[in-house]
Design a protein around this ligand. Structure first.
Ligand SMILES: [Zn+2]
Length: 75
């Protein structure tokens, strides 16, 4: 299932592999501006998301942080 990206205007879908969706920032992320997920500065790298709870909840995370952003998706 593809995440509705209008919820996440800063993300651009890249590919999906084994249930994990990979993203880039929609606009090239300057290294000086913080990642919207972990608030760290790692540029356009390691953003991915995954569905939970039978597709009602979506978590976004990035490789540099174990912190997840959780979203409840209401259809
Ligand atoms: Zn990050």
């Amino acid at each position: 299932m593809l995440l509705k990206l209008e919820h996440f205007p800063y993300l651009k879908f890249r590919n999906s592999f084994r249930g994990i969706d990979n993203y880039n920032f929609a606009s090239p992320q300057p290294w000086s501006s913080p990642c919207p997920i972990c608030d760290g500065k790692h540029g356009n790298y390691g953003l991915h998301g995954e569905w939970y709870k039978n597709g009602t909840e979506y978590c976004l995370t990035c490789n540099t942080s174990s912190k997840k952003l959780k979203f409840a998706i209401v259809s």
